[in-house]
Design a protein around this ligand. Structure first.
Ligand code: MD3
Ligand code: FE
Length: 226
């Protein structure tokens, strides 16, 4: 142990550990940010709120207009939910499985989405839709753009829970190269402005187990749909 005048060994170790951490905020595009661990302080409230939403609107596998069943299971909460079927993609105020409104957006979800948008420089974000995706090992999301929302001036906020994912961040054409961004439990990604319509996707999820969520990854995406 190196001893320095005025610094106790305990303090020295504390700084050494902090220096080993990756930066808390990573810029992955001109208006895109990864906020590492941003959701962790709210986790004790987020997980019970998620469970309540899932009791009312369980995960289901939806079919794309092309006739493929998605490997990702999904549901929604808030004023609008994102749905797909043979007729197309759309935001709907009711869950097609029940004809009932989607579960209310839990207050802790809203708090997290607002705070993350603010931290990334987007002011006044009030999401009206939260799409919840569930990936089990092997599930993936092909490159796509999020463009079913009315006003692309608002950002999208994404929250990762459970086992890790390798996120693919492309350009404005499907054929553009992609950067790979690993996402872990508690990470939040915010993207907007000129990055809002960039292609993105998720590589097939690798087998792993998370102590709280087991063999799954859950992702929230907060949007302003209308
Ligand atoms: C898009 N979900 O639901 S969100 C989706 O992890 C969706 O479940 C993925 O794409 C998921 O539509 C990815 C994370 C994300 C992060 C940065 C982006 C999406 C992005 C940057 C630009 C465009
Ligand atoms: Fe997307």
């Amino acid at each position: 142990m190196i001893q320095r005048k005025g610094i106790t060994p305990a303090t020295f170790d504390l700084f050494a550990d902090e220096a080993a951490q990756p930066p808390a905020t990573e810029q992955i595009g001109p208006r895109s940010w990864v906020l590492r661990g941003f959701a962790l302080p709210l986790m004790a409230r987020l997980l019970p709120a998620l469970e309540a939403v899932l009791n009312q609107a369980p995960f289901r596998h939806m079919v794309t207009p092309g006739g493929y069943t998605m490997s990702v299971a999904l549901t929604s909460c808030g004023q609008y939910g994102w749905t797909t079927d043979r007729s197309g993609y759309k935001y709907s105020p009711v869950d097609p499985a029940t004809g009932q409104p989607w579960p209310d957006m839990p207050e802790v979800f809203l708090e997290l989405a607002r705070a993350a948008a603010e931290a990334a420089g987007f002011h006044g974000f009030e999401p009206d839709a939260c799409l919840i995706n569930r990936y089990i090992p092997g599930a993936k999301m092909s490159l796509h753009q999020d463009k079913d929302e009315r006003d692309h001036g608002w950002p999208v906020v994404s929250v990762s829970l459970g086992i890790p994912a390798m996120f693919l961040f492309g350009g404005h054409a499907r054929s553009d190269g992609t950067q790979r961004v690993p996402l872990f439990h508690g990470d939040v990604v915010v993207w907007g402005g000129e990055d809002r319509l960039r292609y993105h996707g998720v590589m097939p999820i690798r087998q792993a187990e998370h102590p709280q969520l087991g063999e799954q990854r859950i992702n929230f995406t907060f949007r302003k749909a209308r």
